[in-house]
Design a protein around this ligand. Structure first.
Ligand SMILES: Cc1cc2nc3c(=O)[nH]c(=O)nc-3n(C[C@H](O)[C@H](O)[C@H](O)COP(=O)(O)OP(=O)(O)OC[C@H]3O[C@@H](n4cnc5c(N)ncnc54)[C@H](O)[C@@H]3O)c2cc1C
Length: 429
């Protein structure tokens, strides 16, 4: 068996296959499993990258039937039943399979405007989080150095595009940085003048949540000074700002730090797999699967998590349950007792945090908000974070950052600073 991807879907599939009477190969492009829901805390100086990225080999220590390979799967040879893996040494290797679970996640979509990425990076992996950390903290440093008030204000303006959980969480954290955590640390820049603008084309923040939760989140963001622009589309992004369009016309907002938190698409492998199998895809290039998560005409290939097109949300629980289900189907086939029930998602709820002591959560028909919602958010994330040591150190960092005012993880190395010229903005006229 081959599992592609060690994210939430691949991790749970591989764990479920532990005692299967077969050899399992797990192929992942990085050496670690990434806990994406806490990436925004890496970007805003609360957690270190190691706390959200646990080595795959450590997670699966003791799995005797498992072979772990580092590399990117570039294609699938469905006729010969093999995946093609591009390894860090530049060589391409073939790994044969009888059953294949593909859980390669999603990448970001700029809706055809890929040029925006240079000025408005997104948050999808560790590199993104470290680059954003570098941009955010150095924006405050540049505001301190800058003598021209207009340029200083541009450094103190943060524009977030997309008001889903990532946009809301980033906006909340930048507001906390400016108005609480970094307060009193700068002599020349007045951080009270920090502008945080959260833009979305939808008519409410957190559109995947129940409307009362969206209203609550909006109220909380406004209290924190976040300028929320709804029914507003960003139509252009450059080094110095963005152009926004509403029903009333267009407006330009100046600000050096832009963050893209809107839109997902299937990774390149999704398109290759669709071409190889003839599978249909949706508008975001995600693969349409049968009710048992297999590709039509290919009962040996499963697609789970963010890469599969369905009406389910792109959240970790869908990927975990899908990975576990696919592995159970395979185990059932091996045991001669094929599982006939289709995949059914058990919705455990939805939650997003806005700032310390404030989060919103939908659990069934129940709504939780404020401190209670926040405590639930903390508990759930700590529970699902992989690795005991990571849980302990994460909890310690939360105490430092949320009860105190510490932001211990502010390092940006030269390499990160140089990343995509994070700090070399053109001098404004
Ligand atoms: C910033 C952010 C915040 C989020 N917050 C939340 C949240 O609060 N709650 C929630 O439920 N969900 C959240 N999500 C969504 C959640 O993380 C995803 O739904 C979930 O990770 C999907 O799991 P997956 O297994 O499909 O993909 P992923 O977890 O993304 O894993 C994909 C894996 O495949 C690997 N890979 C990709 N392509 C290849 C290839 N070609 N070859 C080999 N390996 C490959 C990647 O390296 C990765 O390890 C968030 C996502 C992001 C980006």
């Amino acid at each position: 068996m081959v599992v592609v991807g060690a994210g939430f879907g691949g991790l749970f599939a591989t764990k479920t296959l532990r005692r299967a009477p077969a050899s399992v190969t797990l192929i992942n492009g990085t050496t670690y499993h990434l806990f994406e829901p806490l990436l925004y805390q890496v970007a805003t100086g609360i957690l270190s990258e190691g706390e959200v990225a646990l080595p795959i080999r450590e997670i699966f220590r003791g799995h005797d039937n498992l072979d772990i390979k580092l590399g990117w799967v570039t294609d699938v040879d469905v006729a010969e039943k093999a995946v093609l893996v591009s390894a860090p040494d530049g060589r391409e290797r073939r790994v044969p399979y009888d059953s294949l679970i593909v859980a390669a996640g999603a990448s970001n979509s700029y809706f055809g405007n890929d040029g925006f990425a240079e000025h408005a990076p997104s948050l999808k992996n560790i590199d993104d989080a470290l680059e954003l950390r570098s941009r955010i903290f150095h924006a405050f440093e540049m505001a301190e150095l800058e003598e021209d008030p207009a340029a200083r204000q541009r450094w103190l303006t943060f524009i977030l595009i997309g008001a889903g959980p990532t946009g809301v969480e980033m906006a909340g954290q930048i507001a906390e940085l400016a108005h609480r955590a970094l307060k009193g640390q700068y002599r020349h820049a007045d951080l009270a003048k920090t502008r945080i603008i959260l833009v979305d084309a939808a008519d409410r923040v957190l559109p995947a949540f129940d409307p009362p939760m969206s209203r609550d989140a909006l109220r909380q963001l406004s209290t924190m000074g976040v300028d929320v622009r709804l029914n507003t589309r960003v139509v252009d992004v450059d080094a110095e700002g963005v152009k926004m369009e509403t029903a009333d016309g267009t407006e330009r907002v100046e600000g050096y730090t832009k963050i893209w938190a809107a839109g997902v698409a299937a990774p390149a492998l999704g398109q290759r797999l669709a071409a190889a199998t003839g599978a249909e895809t949706d508008r975001a290039s995600r693969i349409r699967v049968n009710p048992d998560l297999t590709i039509p005409g290919h009962p040996e290939i499963f697609v789970v998590g963010d890469m599969a097109a369905s009406n389910l949300p792109g959240v970790a629980q869908v990927a975990m349950q899908g990975g576990r289900y696919a592995a159970r189907v395979i185990k059932g086939r091996l045991a001669g007792r094929p599982l006939t029930k289709p995949f059914r998602y058990f919705d455990k709820g939805n939650m997003a945090t806005i700032s310390r002591f404030s989060a919103v959560a939908n659990v069934g028909r129940l709504h939780f908000r404020g401190v209670l919602g926040w405590l639930m958010w903390l508990a759930v994330h700590l529970f699902y974070l992989i690795g005991f040591k990571n849980k302990v150190t994460t909890l310690m960092h939360w105490v430092v950052s949320f009860l105190g005012r510490g932001r211990p993880q502010r390092v940006a190395t030269t390499q990160q600073i140089n990343a995509r010229n994070a700090l070399t903005r053109p001098t404004p006229p």
